[in-house]
Write a protein that binds this ligand. Sequence first.
Ligand code: GMT
Length: 396
Amino acid sequence: MSPRKIGITCYPTYGGSGVVATELGIELAARGHEIHFITYSQPFRLTGREANIYFHEVAVSNYPLFEHPPYDLALATRMAEVAEFYSLDLLHVHYAIPHSVSAILARQMIQTQMLQRQPGDTPGRTLPILTTLHGTDITLVGLDPSYLPVTRFGITQSDGVTSISSHLRDRTREAFGITSEIEVIRNFVNCDVYVRKPELVAAMRPRFAAPEEKLLVHLSNFRPVKRVLDVIEVFARVAAALPARLMLIGDGPDRSAAEFLARRLKVQDRIHFLGKQDNVNELLPLADLMLMPSEMESFGLAALEAMACSVPAIGTRVGGVPELIEDNSNGLLFEVGDIESMATAAIALLSDLPRYEAMSRAARKTAQDHFCTSRIIPIYEDYYERVIARTASSTR
Ligand code: GMT
């Protein structure tokens, strides 16, 4: 694919969709594309020093009349300005609400020449829009009746739509009655960055666990859907059976409840509450096992990042998770809330070194064979070209 100029909008703070969008931008920039992030703050995984990456902040003016400042409109205006000024080839938005709707508005502003133009500018060109669905934009927010029509509008009026798992594609189709194309492009991980490096593990692991202790990890935004309390319950049972510690990475609404439960179960001294961390690629490889007992995951990016680091995951049989974790092969799957079985299985796995090592190797192999950037990014590039080409031909 020849270098393109691509705008990317996402939620730049903690959350899987923002991580995917940012990592995609980084990977595309490394392949020579010019990437323009249009967001309300700099995406947290960007250093600001990457070549070929530009950041355009969306500032929302807070006039006293506005009880709720109109972010969607400020975003649409900034999208249109950046698209015009930098002649973007495509705008790729992550998360349907409100990003796809703002993008549609930006596209319309450009087409109808609402921006101030300089003499000689080409008038009224079209801006292809691609929306990637991540999960909660459909399963939670999109199904709130007050958001359903506008989410459906955003999806059906996009020039291309992708979803991060087959499950999410099917769910979107059935929930919104959508028959148009939704391309499944699964989440990805950079297997050179997310990898267990023995020297790093030897240097850093002693900060979190003694040699004879097993180290478990959970990574999320601590929202109720992640069931962080189940993580604590499972860990307490594991810690009662064998020497173990837990790293909790992330922060969010359920953190206090998790701390409270840890004290009640008397495991608070065995848990590292690490809060939000930028370099999770340095922390995940230190662990032996990941716990992801979520109520719903359209994909489960945290598990993939762990698996790439040779850390198998205990997950739940929900959403797109079975598209990533194959039970008893590269990880373990359970019904939501079945903490007894999860704990029993974790203890058995951690006590059986040959079985553990086979599962750890299978986890890494799954990441390498199916979800590596080298495999997934060209699929995005190919889809971009298809969307750009068909948008151009339909507007000729
Ligand atoms: O999981 C969250 O609460 C965050 C959310 C997001 O959009 O930021 O995550 C969704 O997108 C991730 C990246 O594509 C997926 O790995 C998560 O499975 C998905 N979360 C849910 O479906 C609950």
